[in-house]
Design a binder for this molecule. Structure first.
Ligand SMILES: Cc1cc2nc3c(=O)[nH]c(=O)nc-3n(C[C@H](O)[C@H](O)[C@H](O)COP(=O)(O)OP(=O)(O)OC[C@H]3O[C@@H](n4cnc5c(N)ncnc54)[C@H](O)[C@@H]3O)c2cc1C
Length: 491
């Protein structure tokens, strides 16, 4: 237990081997000023028990248990920080006037209280990216998250909506029952318009297809449409939103309208959540009401992504263990980035290796030119060989091939060098030089001068192998990889 101050203590660990768990006052205590011990302790255990329940019921992968410590210890730390700040407000000396910076002014007190309210209500608690919570970056590409007032990793805020079947005003938070199920809350837009309804039907088909994790009882879809309630018949809504997986009876309490209620006004849920009625929105909510992922619903690709996202955390007993899971966008991005980094590192290594070989060759020919050449002809050949190997080294080092640009389906590789005459013609000149030396080697061979033949053939061999390696270490075709991303299955 860390104990800088005996009143404010925080345990180093909340779990041991993800088998023994501690929660509440056992792992964090603070002064009575903040009055948050019970609130935070209850949330600790709520966070923990749905995960343990899911793992024991075999509907979640075991590693989700590790998120208990990562998520709740962070909140406990925030609680301690908040308590320190808050305690100072209570026990500090009141400021005499505005110039008294050491004292606590009323303005400071009010500000701390207002910020504290966000924390004490739990509304500002935000879990970091994990196996459960999607990375914010990824979501920025899926949907303009800034446009929505929903923040990934935070608790799903409740708004009033109207129940489609009986017109009662309902807090959407109450519709997300605490029963260990994940919820896919679908903001479909105005389904009295055919295009929105068609989009919803496509989604419903995916939600009901038997091979999809979305059809498993662990996930419950909830619909919030923005059409006038009376313009929509419940049975016109796709069946995924009212059929039940355990019986043939209907579930009447999963379809809601963002509409005027009879006695409690309009909830304006779409406006409050910042959902664009045209685009629609899908929100994946964890069993503890924290939401893990969101995306616009107009693309089938996004539906594939919600499946992949869910698969990271959720498993089902009937799942074929051998079947590779789909990877979600974040994983794929990471995989591609890792692949690119490893590839670049390996390419650099090969280039350095071959460059060293060229320089060793150049040194040898310089030595041959000075010490081993017996006549003018041999000196000329040694000089040409030296020039050739130096040219090859230059090409390897300065004229690298850059990442391909696409022309239709084919990748076009270009030189990663300024296009001067040297870059334009050097490779051809060197090829001609190497060919000439090879010819000399063949003639020497015919005259049984094997040592000379080997020496004269060497520049051509070095040049040929260097050009081959240079081609092999060309950067990855990232565009092709990015395109393959969404279809990528298995690691
Ligand atoms: C005066 C006061 C006012 C407070 N006001 C607020 C407030 O306004 N808001 C708020 O959120 N929080 C408040 N708190 C804090 C809150 O009460 C605690 O943070 C909360 O009760 C912690 O819950 P817990 O389950 O972790 O621990 P506890 O409530 O302490 O529960 C631990 C239980 O374990 C039992 N136990 C201990 N050892 C053993 C053992 N060896 N074997 C079996 N059982 C054992 C204990 O008897 C106890 O029942 C207040 C606390 C105090 C003291």
């Amino acid at each position: 237990m860390l104990s800088a101050n005996p009143r404010q203590r925080l345990a180093n660990g909340f779990a041991l081997h993800d088998r023994v768990f501690l929660a509440g006052d056992a792992v964090h205590t603070h002064s009575p000023k903040a009055g948050q011990g019970m609130n935070v302790s209850i949330h600790d255990t709520y966070n923990l028990v749905w995960k343990i329940g899911a793992v024991l019921n075999e509907t979640a992968h075991r590693p989700i248990l590790s998120t208990y410590q990562s998520e709740r210890r962070m909140v406990a730390q925030q609680l301690i920080d908040f308590d320190k700040q808050f305690s100072r407000m209570f026990s500090g000396r009141p400021a005499r006037d505005i110039a008294d910076e050491a004292g606590i002014s009323m303005k400071d007190f009010k500000e701390t209280f207002a910020t504290g309210n966000q924390f004490t209500s739990g509304a500002s608690v935000e879990y970091a990216e994990s196996i459960l919570i999607s990375g914010q970056q990824k979501c920025a590409t899926s949907v303009a998250e800034g446009q929505s007032n929903l923040h990934i990793g935070r608790r799903f805020p409740s708004q009033q909506v109207v129940c489609q079947c009986d017109a009662t005003p309902v807090q959407l938070g109450d519709a997300l029952r605490s029963d260990g199920k994940w919820r896919l809350v679908v903001f479909s837009g105005d389904i009295s318009h055919e295009h929105s309804m068609q989009r919803l039907r496509t989604l419903s088909t995916r939600l009901e297809s038997s091979d999809s994790i979305l059809s498993k009882p662990v996930l419950e879809p909830i619909l919030v449409h923005s059409a006038p309630r009376r313009d929509v018949e419940l049975l016109d809504v796709p069946t995924a939103f009212y059929s039940r997986k355990d019986t043939t009876a209907y579930d009447y309490y999963r379809v809601y309208a963002d509409d005027e209620s009879y006695h409690h006004g309009h909830g304006e849920a779409y406006e409050a959540y910042g959902v664009d009625s045209e685009e629609g929105l899908m929100v994946l909510v964890q069993p503890d009401m924290y939401f893990a992922w969101l995306a616009i619903i107009c693309s089938t690709q996004q539906i594939g992504m919600v499946t992949a996202r869910l698969r990271r955390a959720v498993k089902y007993p009937s799942d074929d263990e051998d079947e590779p899971d789909e990877l979600d966008e974040e994983h794929q991005e990471k995989l591609i980035a890792d692949l690119q980094a490893t590839d670049a590192q390996r390419n650099e290594l090969y280039l350095m290796l071959f460059l060293t070989l060229q320089l060793a060759g150049a040194l040898y020919f310089a030595y041959a030119f000075v010490f081993r050449s017996r006549n003018a002809q041999q000196r000329l050949l040694a000089l040409l060989s030296l020039s050739s190997t130096l040219c090859t080294a230059y090409i390897l080092h300065y004229m690298r091939i850059e990442a391909p640009r696409r022309k239709g389906k084919t990748a076009v590789y270009k030189l990663n060098a300024a296009k001067g005459p040297v870059e334009e013609y050097l490779a051809y000149l060197n090829a001609a030089l190497a060919a000439m030396l090879l010819l000399a080697a063949i003639l020497s061979w015919h005259r049984s001068l094997f040592e000379d033949a080997a020496r004269q053939a060497l520049p051509a061999i070095l040049f040929g192998s260097a050009m081959f390696v240079r081609q092999q270490v060309a950067p990855l075709d990232m565009e092709e990889l990015q395109k393959a991303k969404y279809n990528y299955k298995g690691a």
